[in-house]
Structures are given as structure tokens and as C-alpha cells.
Design a protein around this ligand. Structure first.
Ligand code: FAD
Length: 418
């Protein structure tokens, strides 16, 4: 009997546990999932909370109930991993030995790393929608906002779902239009990138869309300090951006226990990982999925989903003493909500940037084009998340490898993810 221990029961940990159970004899493989709480949040839903389009409690379910019978669940915080001894130490002092460890502990927000961000004004006129508390606080703040300047700021990359702050800007334009006060609200999008997004074709299009909606774009701004009392973002280069309300995506890091585990993480507490096999570079019996990995793919649920296939296959190869497959191609796809009941869809991987066309083939959802169909796809995805993705079922027509057919190669540029 081999023991696979999965740290983190979020998107990646849950879907991998359920897939492993299906593919292995339970008499030969024991699977334990560990998480610090029992509240599984559907994180893409956080975008809709500030605009009153959903409520915090509607996007949360019990974690352990998403795991199939036959998978053990332990609710306890990880203190550290002893890589040399193949053991996990928990906050309650207990220890668990593993044959294979899968790290799925995601990314955390570290607002305290930016001077002033978590200081005066935090949760009063400086918010984030990247967690439940912030999204709910922002809902009240937006509801009572009668006019002024709203700044949407990404402190630094990498962040989860790099398109979510853009979606926030588009939805804010829609929201204040609906309330009849759009002319009283100035929207400013402040990013450390040199454009609205990282990839040239999508960046140009999304930049044009911000302009059409009257959202000012400030690029290459590295936030050094947030003055909540005075209502200013202060850049490392001395530039200042005033606000009445700031919507900030704080710096992200890996889970803090990674930093307490000698040799496990990099300087941001992400785990060095082979970008194709998803085996860690730390030890051959440690694999990594989702936001916890330092691979050059987006930190997104779709990426985590597509990584699941390659990771489960490679854990099987590892247990069978076979060579691993370089199976993960960096595939990501994201619906980008653009307001007024429309959305864009982008689909890309390590080698191909988001391009126009259709997904998953020549007849399908339009790529890089606003449509109501994409908006419905975005809304329906929550159902697929709970009922197909987490249980480890295949979603019809959606495959881990990025489909080439349907894409229009307007540019021959082949770029790497940030
Ligand atoms: C606002 C927002 C919008 C998003 N929108 C989209 C979208 O539209 N499309 C998309 O594809 N992705 C989106 N994402 C990103 C997506 O939710 C994540 O990329 C995905 O959930 C990552 O899965 P994961 O398993 O790596 O981490 P998570 O699902 O975050 O799970 C990590 C788990 O590890 C646990 N954990 C951490 N530390 C410890 C510890 N010390 N001990 C025990 N347990 C621990 C946590 O409790 C958590 O359950 C969005 C994210 C946000 C915040």
C-alpha cells in the first residue's frame, strides 16, 4: 500500500484526489487530503459579489463533501514539510508520512508586504475583492458610492486570474451606468504591466476596450505605498495616483509553510516545478499543481484543471517506476466578463498567445470577441466546477491540450507566459 498525501483541498487538490481514486486500486493506494478549513470557495464568483450579482454564501461549499468516498480528509494546518524524511508536520503537532506528496496549497494574499496597504483606510476606502471579506466589504462600499475616482490596482505579478482586475473595471463601468451615475465616476486601471494584459494581441484589444469605456489606463506603475488616509497610490518612481476608493490586488505568495520547509520553496514561497511533468525540482516524489507551482503558466483554475490530467498520469508513472511524460503544455482559458451581459474568451498555452477564432474548434465559442454566448459560458462554469471539474469528470469537448484548430494565426508571435 502506497500513501499519497495531498496538501490543500481547493481546486487542484480536490480534482486530483478524485481522479487518482478512480484510476487506482484502493487496496494499493491510500489517498489523504489535508486542508486547514472546510470552506471551499468558488473563487471566480468573488468577482460578482461587489456588484451584488451573487452573494458570498452562494459560492461556498463544504470541502470534504467534494471528495469521493474512500479519500481520507484531515482538517488541520500544515506547519512544515520535512522533505528528507518524507513527512508532513501539522500545526497540532501530529506527523504524517508519505510515499508521494502533492502540493496543492495555492497562493495567498500578502497585503502587509506593501507599505500602508493594510494600514489606515483598509476595508474603508481601500479594498480587495480577492477574498470573501474584501468582496463583501466592497459590495457595501460600491452601493454607497455616489461619485468620485475609483482606482483599480495590481500591485505586482504573479496574481491569480490575471484578467480578473480587468473584468472588475468592465463590470464597474456597467454597474455605474445601470445606476445612472457613470458620468460622476472616474475609473482608472493601474498596472505594473506595459499594457492592459501580458500577451500582445489580447493586450491591444483589451486596452482598446478600456478606452472605449472611458477607463483611463496607467501602465508600468509599481506600487510602493498606499496612503489610505490621504487617498494616494505612490509608485516606486515617485508618481502619485489619487483615489476616493481603491480596489487593490495585493502581492501574492505561496503558502507560508513552504517558507518554513527547508529547501521546498523559492523566495516567494512557490515551489520550483518542472513546467511539463509537474514533478517538483525539490524531490522526485513531490508533485505540484495549481497556484502553488512556480511554472510560467497563469495562476488560474483552468490551468489547474488541465494540469490535473498530466499530474495524475505522472504520479501513476512514478508509482510504477516508469519515465514521466512532459505532458502539460501550459494550456489556459479564461472567460473575460466585459459587462452588459457579454464576455470574451481567451485560450492559449506556453507557445501560443491568445488569438482570434473559435474554441474548442472551428465551430464553437468565439475567441477574443465579445458575445452573449461567452457570458452564458462564464455563468454556467460554476455548475461545471462543482459537478464535473472537482469530481474529476471530463467536461465534454474540453481537453487538457490546447486545441490549434479554430485559431486564426494573425500574428506569428510565439510568446512565453509571464
Ligand atoms: C477573484 C478571483 C477570480 C478568479 N477567477 C478565475 C476565473 O475566472 N477562471 C479561472 O480559471 N481561475 C480564476 N481564479 C483563480 C482560481 O480560483 C485559482 O487559480 C484556483 O483556485 C487555484 O487552485 P489551487 O488548488 O492551486 O488553490 P486553491 O483552490 O486556492 O486551494 C488551496 C488550498 O490550500 C489550503 N491551504 C493553504 N495553506 C495551507 C496550510 N498551511 N495548511 C492546510 N491547508 C492549506 C487552502 O485552505 C486552500 O483550500 C480566480 C481567483 C480569484 C481570487
Amino acid at each position: 500500500m502506497k500513501h499519497v498525501v495531498i496538501l490543500g483541498g481547493g481546486t487542484g487538490g480536490t480534482l486530483v484526489a478524485n481522479r487518482l481514486l478512480r484510476q487506482h486500486d484502493p487496496h494499493e493506494l491510500m489517498i489523504t487530503v489535508v486542508d486547514q478549513d472546510d470552506q471551499h470557495v468558488y473563487q471566480p464568483g468573488l468577482l460578482f459579489v461587489p456588484f451584488g450579482l451573487t452573494h458570498g454564501e452562494d459560492i461556498v461549499r463544504s470541502r470534504h463533501r467534494q471528495l469521493h468516498d474512500g479519500i481520507a480528509f484531515r482538517q488541520v494546518g500544515v506547519d512544515h514539510v520535512d522533505v528528507a524524511a518524507n513527512q508532513v508536520h501539522f500545526e497540532d503537532g501530529s506527523v504524517l508520512a508519505y510515499d508521494v506528496l502533492i502540493i496543492a496549497t495555492g497562493a495567498v494574499l500578502v497585503p502587509e508586504e506593501t507599505e500602508g496597504l493594510a494600514g489606515p483606510g483598509w476595508m474603508e476606502k481601500v479594498f480587495t475583492f480577492y477574498n470573501q471579506e474584501g468582496a463583501a466589504g466592497l459590495q457595501s462600499a460600491l452601493a454607497s458610492f455616489e461619485g468620485g475616482r475609483i482606482v483599480i490596482n495590481i500591485v505586482d505579478m504573479p496574481i491569480k486570474c490575471p484578467v480578473a482586475p480587468l473584468e472588475f473595471a468592465f463590470l464597474a463601468d456597467w454597474y455605474f451606468t445601470q445606476r445612472g451615475i457613470r458620468d460622476k465616476v472616474e475609473l482608472v486601471y493601474v498596472t505594473p504591466l506595459d499594457g492592459a494584459f501580458t500577451k500582445p494581441v489580447a493586450s491591444a484589444q483589451l486596452g482598446d476596450m478600456l478606452k472605449e469605456r472611458g477607463v483611463e489606463l496607467v501602465t508600468e506603475f509599481n506600487t510602493g505605498e498606499v496612503d489610505g488616509d490621504g487617498g494616494r497610490l505612490i509608485g516606486y518612481d515617485g508618481r502619485e495616483i489619487p483615489f476616493d476608493l481603491a480596489v487593490v490586488v495585493p502581492l501574492h505568495g505561496g503558502a507560508p509553510y513552504v517558507g518554513r520547509s527547508p529547501g521546498l520553496g523559492d523566495e516567494l514561497n512557490f515551489v520550483p516545478t518542472d513546467e511539463r511533468t509537474l514533478q517538483s525540482k525539490v524531490a522526485s516524489n513531490i508533485f505540484v499543481i495549481g497556484d502553488a507551482a512556480n511554472v510560467p503558466a497563469s495562476k488560474a483554475g483552468s490551468v489547474t484543471h488541465f494540469e490535473g490530467d498530466a499530474l495524475v498520469e505522472n504520479v501513476g508513472h512514478f508509482l510504477g517506476g516508469e519515465p514521466l511524460e512532459p505532458a502539460f503544455d501550459g494550456h489556459a482559458n479564461c472567460f473575460i466578463e466585459t459587462g452588459f451581459h457579454k464576455a470574451l474568451l481567451i485560450d492559449f498555452n506556453y507557445d501560443t498567445e491568445p488569438l482570434p477564432g473559435h474554441y474548442p474548434g472551428p465551430v464553437g465559442l468565439p475567441l477574443l470577441k465579445e458575445s452573449r454566448l461567452n457570458h452564458l459560458g462564464k455563468l454556467m462554469f460554476q455548475w461545471f466546477y462543482w459537478h464535473s471539474l472537482l469530481p474529476g469528470r471530463d467536461i465534454p469537448g474540453i481537453h487538457a491540450d490546447m486545441p490549434e484548430s479554430g485559431k486564426r494565426h494573425a500574428s506569428s508571435a510565439r510568446t512565453q507566459e509571464e
